[in-house]
Write a protein that binds this ligand. Structure first.
Ligand code: F6R
Length: 243
């Protein structure tokens, strides 16, 4: 894994945006895999600025998001579709019809996951997959478990994830208990994987990801086997490693 150490969240965001911009400049019809959460917000801000400066054109880009809460629709301000519209899609010229997020409104999990797998097959190999890192090592909503799930599936959110995400909801009870997520297999088949990690609270898990055993108990550890994985992390997040 190639590691870039950034001074802080802003420097991390700027570096990650530069890498994504380079991808889109070199291949204007890139398929970008996108993430939500607090880690990529700064990256999206820099990308929006690059679009506004005329440095990057997103008109040929297709995007597929990692995950969505089951039961939330696009008008719910906690849905990941809403997040993407707010933080990126409304600020750049990506055609909205070429942006895909799992359908949280589909109550039949098998149907929702099969439909998303079909979309992933249609758009083809993801050129660059952006990822954040959960405190328990999850990527997308692939929680610690006994195996690495291959394709899109419905997950029961880990208690740690519910606790981490409750800050965005009125209370922990309001956090959905299930989500649809892209599988680890799909993530690993992306041509490039770009992970952004910031903050001292992520330092213990990042150490495990980089230096511990490669195990589905720490899902992100498998990224060390990816032929083109890039980690952009700030000093605080890397503070428990020798990097
Ligand atoms: C979001 C996602 C999650 C987050 C992770 C870190 O689409 O797939 O895996 O990347 O929970 O979240 P933050 O960045 O909020 O710490």
């Amino acid at each position: 894994m190639k590691v870039y150490k950034a001074k802080d969240y802003d420097a991390m965001s700027r570096k990650a945006a530069n890498i994504i911009a380079a991808q889109v400049i070199l291949k204007p019809n890139s398929v970008l895999g996108l993430a939500t959460g607090s880690s990529p917000i700064g990256t999206y801000e820099y990308l929006a600025a690059k679009y506004q400066n005329g440095d990057v054109d997103f008109s040929g880009v297709t995007s597929v998001n990692l995950d969505e809460y089951k039961g939330l629709d696009a008008s719910n301000d906690q849905s990941y579709r809403y997040f993407m519209n707010q933080n990126l899609f409304s600020k750049v010229n990506i055609p909205l019809e070429n942006t895909y997020v799992p359908d949280g409104t589909e109550p039949d999990s098998d149907k929702a996951c099969a439909a998303y797998n079909e979309i992933l097959r249609k758009v083809g190999t993801v050129d660059l997959q952006l990822l954040g890192l959960g405190h328990n090592g999850h990527i997308g909503f692939n929680e610690p478990g006994d195996f690495f799930p291959d394709e899109t599936h419905c997950v029961d959110l880990a208690e740690k994830t519910i606790q981490a995400n409750k800050r965005f909801f009125a209370s922990a009870e309001d956090v959905p208990r299930q989500a649809y997520t892209m599988g680890i297999g799909t993530i690993m088949r992306a041509r490039t994987v770009l992970v952004v990690v910031s903050g001292a609270d992520k330092a213990p898990i990042l150490k495990q990801v980089l230096e511990g055993p490669i195990t589905p108990q720490v899902p992100a550890s498998i990224l060390r086997l990816h032929p083109n994985a890039i980690l952009v992390a700030d000093e605080a997040a890397l503070s428990e490693t020798d990097i």
